[in-house]
Design a protein around this ligand. Structure first.
Ligand SMILES: CC(C)(COP(=O)(O)OP(=O)(O)OC[C@H]1O[C@@H](n2cnc3c(N)ncnc32)[C@H](O)[C@@H]1OP(=O)(O)O)[C@@H](O)C(=O)NCCC(=O)NCCS
Length: 164
């Protein structure tokens, strides 16, 4: 498995995974295009043949905050540590930009994702009523303080070189 920067040509392969994972709350192609055009940090996890197993994105808003935009692992590849690797990549990027805290929204009924985030020190700091539509599902807002340990020696730097 390798982590690479998300490129526009990955979007077509991401859309069916997005549908599998999020159903009627899935993102459209134009939402991904917009995220990439905005310059947010997006990565894909690929198998040795280049097939996309998962993806994740982060919006960095220095000096203080970074926001996890999304994270998804195709169902057939879940529970093999890919979600962890993607989240660690985002946290390293957040730290790289010296932001103090990382925040995210997660559906109140999404136990697996909440467990993943809790493992990395995210704590619930608020609720957004009816945040997810059309299901009218509430979102928890979770926050963690970024730490020096989030910045492995090579991770974000290697990504940058990869982007050139
Ligand atoms: C959340 C998600 C990204 C996790 O990806 P993953 O590759 O399966 O996660 P990992 O294998 O790295 O698991 C890391 C930890 O997350 C938690 N976790 C992941 N899936 C879980 C599940 N089904 N039930 C309970 N805990 C779970 C566990 O704590 C796990 O650690 P462990 O394996 O040591 O018990 C994946 O379930 C997913 O894509 N879900 C649908 C999309 C989604 O909800 N995204 C989040 C939107 S906010």
């Amino acid at each position: 498995m390798k982590i690479a920067r998300m490129r526009w040509w990955h979007i077509a392969d991401i859309l069916p995974i997005e549908e599998e994972l999020f159903g009627d709350q899935r993102w459209s192609a134009s939402m991904f295009w917009n995220e990439l055009a905005t310059g947010h940090h997006y990565v894909v996890a690929q198998d040795q043949d280049g097939a996309i197993l998962g993806y994740a994105g982060l919006a960095v808003t220095p000096p203080e905050e970074s926001w996890v935009q999304n994270i998804g692992v195709r169902k057939a590849a879940q529970r093999h540590g890919i979600g962890r690797i993607l989240l660690e990549n985002l946290l390293a990027e957040a730290r790289w930009h010296s932001t103090d805290k990382t925040l995210l929204e997660v559906a109140v009924d999404n136990g697996p994702a909440q467990k993943l985030y809790a493992k990395y020190g995210f704590e619930v700091v608020g609720v957004r009523k009816g945040y997810y539509q059309p299901g009218n599902v509430d979102a928890l807002v979770m926050l963690r303080e970024n730490t020096r340990e989030d910045l492995p020696e090579n991770s974000p730097t290697e990504m940058r070189e990869d982007q050139r």
